[in-house]
Design a protein around this ligand. Structure first.
Ligand code: GUN
Length: 293
């Protein structure tokens, strides 16, 4: 039987409807959650993602602003901007779009973001909290994957999960989040000797590599849930994931499409983290401060 195709667009829409209610409740208290996106350089994919993030903010009622710096910006220009955004009361979440131009050090830039405004969850403080099982801002893509699994009713505890890819943005936090939910987790990466031997044991397979056709039907356990985080532009101009969708669909129990699977969830969980940042700020401030006159 063909797999159930998990509809990320529909699930993201449901979560955005819930988020709108949170935003309305905040606005009734005189607060509009605000997100600042920092874009360095002209990377086309980054510009596309930024437009999607700004559009989602608009849809849910979150204020957003984009700060575009030239590709040849030095570290001090980026750090000055981040420090200014850290102090700006209108801004609850700050996101620096990756990848950065080569002259800039990701770690140095990301660590300047106030941990309270780090809605991407990439600051070492928030990565440490994730490792400790006390995450405040889970990184948006793996957070979206867990939400998709939950929405589709796919159990995680006790299952064998395999994560292909070990990036800081997806692979590493993904594995930690599945582990936290009780899965037995295996990491695979470019130096894994027999990838198929691992993927064939996966009840839940998450792939985030960026190589179209990497995962074929022969590499899948019958009945698996296959979550494709890859986004690849094919020579034909079409977008595809890492998974050979048609053949794997015939063997898996659940599969996410590309586009329309994980992508809409990433953007939605960024908004969720921004709304949470605004709610946390109210909770940490003295009562009465935000009561309208
Ligand atoms: N580049 C690709 N994905 C992401 C993401 O989730 N956050 C940021 N900041 N940059 C990215």
């Amino acid at each position: 039987m063909a797999a159930i195709v998990i509809d990320g667009v529909a699930i993201a829409k449901l979560i955005r409807t819930e988020l709108k209610q949170h935003v309305q409740a905040l606005r009734a208290r005189g607060i509009q959650p605000g997100l600042a996106v920092v874009l360095l350089g002209e990377n086309q994919a980054s510009q596309l993602y930024t437009r999607a993030k700004v559009g989602a903010c608009h849809e849910v009622g979150v204020y957003s602003e984009v700060h575009q710096l030239p590709a040849d910006s030095d570290e001090s220009a980026a750090l000055d901007l981040i420090r200014r955004l850290n102090r700006d009361p209108r801004i609850h979440g700050i996101l620096v779009q990756l990848p950065l131009p080569p002259q800039l050090d990701d770690g140095r830039i990301l660590e300047e973001i106030s941990a309270d405004k780090d809605v991407d969850g990439f600051h070492v403080h928030n990565m440490g909290k994730l490792l400790a099982g006390a995450s405040v801002y889970p990184p948006c893509t793996p957070y979206g994957v867990v939400k998709l699994l939950d929405a589709a009713g796919i159990p995680i505890a006790g299952r064998d999960a395999v994560v292909v890819g070990r990036s800081v943005i997806v692979g590493k936090p993904m594995a930690l989040m599945l582990l936290e939910r009780g899965a037995t987790v295996t990491f695979c990466h470019s130096q894994t000797r027999d990838l198929a031997a691992h993927t064939r044991r996966a009840d839940i397979l998450v792939t985030a590599v960026g190589r179209p056709g990497l995962i074929s039907a022969a590499m899948i356990k019958p009945g698996a849930a296959v979550i494709d985080v890859g986004i690849n532009r094919l020579p034909s101009g079409k977008v595809a994931g890492d998974v050979d969708f048609e053949s794997v669909k015939a063997k898996a129990a659940y599969i996410t499409p590309v586009p329309g699977g994980v992508g809409p969830m990433t953007v939605t969980m960024l908004i969720a983290n921004t709304v949470r940042a605004a709610e946390r700020r109210i909770a940490s401030e003295p009562a009465g401060l935000h009561v309208a006159p």
